[in-house]
Write a protein that binds this ligand. Structure first.
Ligand SMILES: NC(=O)c1ccc[n+]([C@@H]2O[C@H](COP(=O)([O-])OP(=O)(O)OC[C@H]3O[C@@H](n4cnc5c(N)ncnc54)[C@H](O)[C@@H]3O)[C@@H](O)[C@H]2O)c1
Length: 361
């Protein structure tokens, strides 16, 4: 049994507080927040104790700090938790840079404490079924794939979306962890990255909550096209954007020498998983693994508890989170130098509409 204390009692903390009911090896005993009203509200709703951040970090009854703060605070809060002698499980990303993450990992190693990091959706039934299909050769040897996380921007639903458009936000650091962690789970580690990132809008408008109508500045790129080369050979094109109104791509497709696998949304725990062998044969594969029927967002912490008990590595590990962070940092910083071309050409003139058959002008 791990006794857990939450730092950061905002939007996502409710999902963890609900999902913990499914995992008797965890007990959330207290929550905290720089905004004490947020902690008190969650404490009332879920009948746990509200404490100040300092009290909670120093609480001797807590074994693990669940860091659900905004990304800009992940590294510093996790480091303070390690310094207080606690294990840590952090929302994604692990930190805002691999430099900051490396400091955290060396402090944890020196203190003999574990660090885990979200997402844990790759432990869900959908992703594990897809993993089993790849491992058992259902699509032959993987050669490539696509991953699409194309969104219109979180300001359409999030009441305080400022951090998504500041350094540390953006579609790659915010949503990339789900897709990149799922891809590493399916195909192994990545060895090379190239990308181009653009900023489509200089301002965004908050569309819900008390600040509805307020315009917020965009300080970062919000539309990325990247190529990921995996150590085992496959090359996946990865698209991440907060500037796309709608699209129809499958979240992840993996192409193999014997077929194609359609992998479900890695921001969920379930399916569907589909196997495409011939042009018109699509099979929906029943999930072979559990934890696919609802939101189990805390399973990574529960799995970590078992790993600590048995003295084995945990799956939603800091090493995995660090690798994914390095990939994301590379995508954001790469600037896609590519090959600049010497030639150019006129865009072909558009044809007139409603041409009669047989005429072209
Ligand atoms: N909202 C979602 O659907 C969702 C889903 C999955 C993961 N996440 C991740 O969870 C994290 C939190 O997201 P959220 O939507 O709950 O944000 P939020 O803004 O609703 O909540 C974050 C809370 O952390 C508190 N906080 C910030 N810095 C702190 C610090 N240094 N010490 C203590 N408290 C601090 C804030 O006061 C706030 O109450 C982010 O990393 C986000 O990427 C969010």
């Amino acid at each position: 049994m791990l006794r857990v204390g939450i730092v950061g009692s905002g939007f996502i903390s409710g999902a963890y507080l609900r999902a913990v009911e499914d995992f008797p090896n965890l007990r959330i005993i207290a929550c905290s927040d720089v905004n004490s009203a947020a902690a008190e509200e969650k404490a009332r709703e879920f009948r746990i104790q509200a404490q100040s951040v300092e009290e909670l970090l120093g609480n001797p009854e807590i074994d693990l700090i669940l860091n659900l703060t905004v990304p800009q605070s992940h590294g510093s809060v996790s480091l303070r938790a390690i310094e207080k002698g606690k294990h840590v499980y952090s929302e994604k990303p692990l930190a805002l840079s691999i430099k900051e993450a490396a400091q955290l990992l060396s402090a944890a190693a020196a203190a003999g404490k574990r660090v885990g990091v979200a997402p844990d959706t790759f432990l869900g039934g959908g992703q594990q079924t897809a993993r089993k299909l790849i491992d058992t050769g259902a699509i032959g040897r993987p050669i490539g794939g696509t991953a699409f996380i194309l969104l219109p921007g979180h300001e359409i639903w999030h009441p305080n979306p400022d951090f998504f458009y500041q350094p540390g936000g953006g579609p790659v650091l915010d949503m990339g962890p789900y897709y990149l962690t799922a891809l590493v789970n399916l195909l192994g580690p990545i060895k090379r990255v190239t990308s181009i990132g653009n900023r489509t809008f200089d301002e965004r408008e908050i569309q819900s909550g008390p600040r509805k109508g307020e315009r917020i500045p965009v300080q970062i790129s919000t539309h990325f096209n990247a190529l990921l080369e995996f150590q085992e050979g496959p090359v996946v094109s990865f698209h991440a954007s907060f500037d796309v109104k709608e699209h129809t791509h499958w979240p992840i497709e993996i192409y193999g020498t014997e077929g194609t696998l359609q992998v479900p949304d890695p921001n969920t725990f379930g399916g569907p998983v589909r196997l495409l062998k011939h042009r018109k044969s699509v099979t929906e594969v029943p999930l072979t693994h559990g934890f696919g029927d609802r939101n189990y967002r805390i399973i990574g912490v529960a799995e970590m508890e078992k790993a600590i008990e048995k003295g084995r590595p945990h799956r939603a590990s800091a090493e995995l989170g660090y690798h994914v962070l390095e990939v994301m940092e590379a995508i954001i910083q790469d600037g896609g130098k590519g090959t600049m071309l010497s030639s150019s050409c006129e865009r072909p003139a558009a044809l007139p509409s409603q041409l009669r058959l047989g005429t072209l002008d």
